[in-house]
Design a protein around this ligand. Structure first.
Ligand code: GLP
Length: 343
């Protein structure tokens, strides 16, 4: 999508396309001057700001201009074309986890009272280890952070080593300075799941909504426990797990028979309301789900594909998880533009 807008001066206009911003100056004789990348037009010098910072500023102005054209409460679809999914392909899970931990840490530094949406599974483990290290070595402060987890198995209490609450305590919460009352994991032993689910959604809203939602993806393309066929507008509720998910997750249990068949999970709609999503996947066994989620049609059969409707998604992959993507070279080019603009 290309946006064109005149700014500042009658004969200067900006064109924004993906993350690239190009400036034009039209002369009276209709010939054109054009700047992009690191070139410095004279009119942009002199105020101490680097050219790339000016580009970022101009881009922000462009975006706010475009936003003001939309309704005052733009929904995800209206904003979608403003920020295409950012696909970051790192060499291995280690560097990918580092990248994800960097994004989370900078949010916590910039907004100490931010609300994080957290996920379980093997994928985020490395990210949590890096957050713990940043807390221990660099005093990354979680004292005012609030967290909401995506899901929990029905029937498992917090003391059950297979419960997601237990997982979060062991792998993150017990090692950082987050107050226990700030951490929320759905209760797998709620007495009335209908009212509990409504309450969970309300708690997210009362906390101000989720600033950054961390997501893994199931082999069948599910996010949280939103199995294929889940409504893309779904909210927190009970969900029956597919046999594929039960099989995938059996590795954490002694016996496949002990894997719960039901889970309480936030919905796809709940996830789409977060301000930013960070989808992380490693390994070739995730490659099909990732290519469907990123390059396939938006479909309830692959609930991760709903992220294409979200205005601010970053996908961090290792090479193996990215191996089925058709447009890898293109994502690398866009990423290069991002890096230039962020310098
Ligand atoms: C479960 C969780 C998901 C997670 C998925 C992948 O189904 N509910 O939130 O993304 O597992 O787990 P892993 O990271 O172990 O592959």
């Amino acid at each position: 999508m290309v946006y064109r807008k005149r700014l500042n001066s009658e004969n200067i206009s900006f064109v924004i396309c993906e993350m690239n911003l190009i400036c034009y100056q039209r002369r009276a004789d209709h010939s054109e001057n054009r700047w992009s990348g690191q070139q410095k037009p004279d009119w942009m010098l002199g105020d101490g700001l680097s050219f790339s910072k000016r580009l970022i500023e101009a881009r922000k102005q462009m975006l706010s201009g475009v936003r003001s054209v939309a309704s005052t409460q733009p929904n995800a679809l209206q904003l979608h074309s403003l920020r295409p999914m950012r696909i970051i392909i790192e060499h291995d899970p280690e560097s990918a986890s580092n990248r994800a931990a960097e994004i989370i840490s900078s949010l916590v530094q910039q907004r100490p009272s931010c609300v994080l949406g957290l996920a379980t599974g093997s994928t985020p483990l490395g990210i949590y280890q890096k957050l713990i290290a940043r807390h221990q070595n660099h005093k990354l402060d979680f004292a005012n952070v609030t967290t909401f987890n995506l899901d929990e198995y029905v029937g498992l209490g917090p003391g059950d080593p297979q419960s997601y609450r237990f997982f979060m305590q062991e792998n993150l919460f017990n090692h950082i300075n987050i107050p226990p009352e700030n951490t929320h994991v759905p209760d797998g032993r709620a007495l009335d799941f209908d009212s509990y689910s409504i309450q969970y959604e309300k708690s997210i809203q009362e906390a101000g909504g989720i600033d950054l939602q961390v997501l893994g993806v199931g082999g069948d393309g599910h996010i949280a426990f939103n199995e294929p066929g889940s409504s893309l507008g779904s909210r927190t509720r009970l969900k029956t797990l597919t046999s594929e998910t039960v099989k995938d997750n059996a590795r954490f249990f002694d016996d496949i028979e002990n894997v719960p068949r039901l889970a309480v999970t936030v919905g796809v709609g709940t996830i789409l309301e977060s301000r930013k999503c960070l989808l992380v996947a490693f390994g070739e066994h995730k490659a099909r789900a990732i290519s469907q989620a990123v390059e396939g049609p938006v479909t309830a059969q692959v609930t991760a594909s709903a992220l294409q409707l979200h205005p601010d998604v970053t996908v961090i992959l290792d090479q193996a998880a990215a191996c089925h993507l058709q447009r890898k070279a293109y994502y690398a080019e866009v990423e290069e533009s991002h890096r230039l603009l962020e310098k």
